[in-house]
Design a binder for this molecule. Sequence first.
Ligand SMILES: [Zn+2]
Ligand SMILES: [Zn+2]
Length: 466
Amino acid sequence: MKKIYIQGIVYLLLLASVLFLPHKPAYIQDITKNIPSTDFTITTEWYQFLIEPFTGIPDYFLSFRQAQKQALSWLFWLFIFSIFFSIILKKERNIVKILSQYYSFLIWFFITITFVLFFPLPKYYISQNNQNFILVDFHSHTFFSHDGIVTPEESQKWHRIHKFDAFYITDHDRNFYRRIQKKLANHLIRPIMLPGEELSDTTGSHYLALGLERSIFDQKNRNITFFSSKIHKKNGVILAAHWWQEKAIPLASLLKSSIDGFEIFGHEKKYIDNETLSILMSFCRDNKLAAIAGTNWHGWGTRNDLWTYIAVDKNIKKTKSKYLNKFIVETLSSPDSSKISGVLTITNNQTYSHSRIFFEPFYGLYYYITGQTTLQRIFFVFWVILLTLLVSIFLKNKELKRHTYIIFAILFFTLFLSFFFKWLHVSSLNKTLLALSGFYLLLSAMLVGKSYFLSLRKSPKSTSSQ
Ligand SMILES: [Zn+2]
Ligand SMILES: [Zn+2]
C-alpha cells in the first residue's frame, strides 16, 4: 500500500512541475524581414484550450523538421520503454509475451499516428492585425497527384481553416484546373482556388508553373528553358520549388533561363538551413525575383505554419478568381515583388542539434510544455490524469481491452473503405490512396487478431481468479 502512495506522490509532483517550466510562446516570424511579424499574430480559440493535448500533440508531431530522424528516435525510445515496461516493471521473462507487449505498443503507436494525421483541428489560427494583405499558398497537391490524398474540395476546406485568401493547385506534371472548376461551379467560394502545376525536369528539380489553366508538361522537353519559354508565352510565371533540396541547377543558370522566383522555405524531406535561406533571399532581392513559400500540402495532417502575404488594396479581396490570378501573377513578375510580399512561419526557436534528435521524445515534450500557457498546462495535466485513469482501467479489464481493439478495428476498416473508394476516382493517376487503404485494412486485421488472442487467453484466467 505504502509503495502505491509514494508512486502516486511522485506522479503528482512530476505533473505539478509542468506548471513551473518557463514559457516560450510560439509566434509568427516574418522570414523575409527576419523579425517577428507585426501584421500577423496567432490566436487560440477557447475550445482549443479545453482539448489541448488533442490539438497540441498533432501540432508537435507535424512540426518535425527532420521528420525521418525524429520519427526514428521516437520508435527507438518506444522500443526501450516497451522493454523496460515488460521486463523491469512487469517482470516478464517469456519472449513471446515480451514481443506481444511490443506488438501492443506498435498498435497504439499507429493509432496515435492516425490520430495525428487525420484529427481535424489545428492548434493555432493566424489572424491579421489589419486587412492590408492577402495570404496565398503557392504550392499544394490533390489526389490528382500520384502522392496526394485529398480532393480539391478538401484542400479548399483546409486552406479556409488556415485563413488563406487564395491557393494554387500544383499537381505533379498535370493540370486539371478546368475539370475541377466545372465540378465546383462556384468561382467565388473562399479561399479562391487558382491554376498551377508542379513540373519536374530531367535533373530531378521541380518548378511551380502558376497561372495557366492547362498543363504545359511535355515528356520530350523536360527542361527549365523549354518550360520557362512556354509558360511566359502564355502569361504565366515559373518558380523553382524547394531548390535547397536538390540544388541540381546552379542559381545563375536558373536566372539565365528567365525564372521568375524561388520558393525560399517549406517542409520538405530536407529542411532549409539558415545559410541557404539567406543566400536564396539575397539572390532574389539582388535579381528582383519573387521569394515565396508553399505548404506543399498533400493531405496529411491539419497543421500549417507557412503563408505568403501580398500587400493589396481592399477591393482585390472580393474579386473573382480570374482577376485575382492575374493580379498575383503580375505581382510575382514585377520587380517590386520583394517589397510587397513576404513569407511567414510559426516558431518558438527550438534547437535541432544532434542531441535533440537523439533524445527527441524528451526534448519534444519540453518544447511542447514550454510552448503552453498556464491555462493550457492545467488542461494538459487534467487530460494526463484522466488518461492515466482510463489506461489503468483498460489494462486491468480484458473485456474492455477486447472491445476497445474491436472499436479501433471498425474505425480503421472505415478508413480503409473511405481511402479505397476515393482511390477509385483517380485509380489511373494515384498510387498512395491504394497503399494507404491497404495499410488500414492490415491494421484493422491486426486489431481483430489482437482481440481474438485476448479472448483465447481470457477464459482460463477469469475462471481461476473467480
Ligand atoms: Zn516537389
Ligand atoms: Zn509538391
